[in-house]
Design a protein around this ligand. Structure first.
Ligand code: PDD
Length: 290
């Protein structure tokens, strides 16, 4: 089956899909994006992804390309046309195409909107994730507004390539003060030996992950102890458990950081419980149309 992409009002063959050479996304990475998980044909936590998209646009003084309700239709249509049961839907908005100039173009330049969807084998992903993953540590080379989900991802690209080169799944980035910020494309968590779930506060230092927010809510509802505070690699290596969260990974246990084994070396009970609870909750919310 051939894939379909949405580009500025048209559903076209994925292989022919493109934007202009002077699109500001291409020229300046002047754009924002979202990745939403799809399970059983349902978009997971769509409302929170759209809320974050709107915030990213506002923070960059970028116009919304279409209304929120139109965007919801487009996302569903892209999922449907690509026959995605399990996978992801990706959307990107840039400040549009204009003669190259650093300053914003005039307000009559229309933002560019692209949406694509991709299926994956969820059962295979679950098997690998549930066996536990390894992360490495890498310096955080990124800009200071990591709360904006911008397509400026060069630091993330380098961190994730370093992980790949080291045979690891993800890189946990370290700030100048020696604390873990987040993964290259995920949020970072530990569970201390005292049983406290710890993740960094959602300031401009990290992306406020949609998965992160739902996991925090679940922890609260289930009466699990948690704290939003920064932690060091040393604390992480000494933790009872570690895990990461992202729309593409849900809750994925981490069993090794660099060469240190975490806990028993097997996925821990808290991460395992949160993975199951997250999936259940996200599917329930999707069924309710949230
Ligand atoms: N990345 N931090 C970073 C730097 C990310 O890129 C992501 C997600 C997250 C987790 O956010 P969420 O739970 O909303 O997916 C945290 C997506 C999946 C990506 O770029 O592919």
């Amino acid at each position: 089956m051939s894939r379909i992409a949405y580009v500025d009002g048209a559903y076209i063959a994925h292989r022919d899909a493109g934007v202009h050479v002077e699109d500001r996304g291409f020229q300046f990475s002047d754009g924002v994006y979202e990745v939403c998980g799809v399970l059983g044909g349902r978009l997971l936590d769509e409302a929170a992804h759209l809320d974050r998209l709107e915030r990213s646009l506002r923070e960059l003084r970028m116009a919304a390309p279409v209304s929120r309700s139109a965007l919801r239709v487009i996302l569903r249509e892209v999922v449907r046309r690509n026959r995605v049961r399990d996978g992801i839907v990706y959307l990107q908005v840039t400040r549009g195409s204009a003669p190259r100039d650093f300053v914003f173009p005039s307000s009559d330049v229309k933002p560019t909107l692209v949406a694509t969807a991709r299926a994956h084998d969820q059962a295979a992903r679950d098997r690998v994730a549930e066996a536990g993953r390894r992360v490495i540590l890498a310096p955080d080379l990124r800009w200071k507004r990591r709360d904006i989900k911008s397509v400026s991802l060069l630091g993330n690209v380098l961190a994730k390539q370093a992980a790949r080169d080291a045979g690891a799944f993800e890189a946990w980035q370290i700030d100048d003060d020696g604390f873990v910020t987040e993964g290259g494309s995920s949020n970072a968590w530990i569970v201390t030996k005292a049983g406290e779930i710890v993740t960094r506060p959602a300031t401009s230092d990290i992306l406020r992950g949609v998965t992160r927010q739902l996991v925090l809510k679940i922890a609260e509802e289930e009466g699990l102890a948690f704290a939003e505070r920064a932690f060091t690699p040393a604390e992480a290596k000494d933790a009872a458990e570690a895990f990461m969260t992202a729309a593409t990974a849900f809750v994925t246990p981490i069993t090794q950081i660099d060469d240190a084994t975490i806990g028993s070396g097997a996925p821990g009970p808290v991460a395992t419980r949160l993975r199951a609870a997250y999936r259940r909750r996200a599917l329930e919310m999707a069924a309710d149309g949230a």
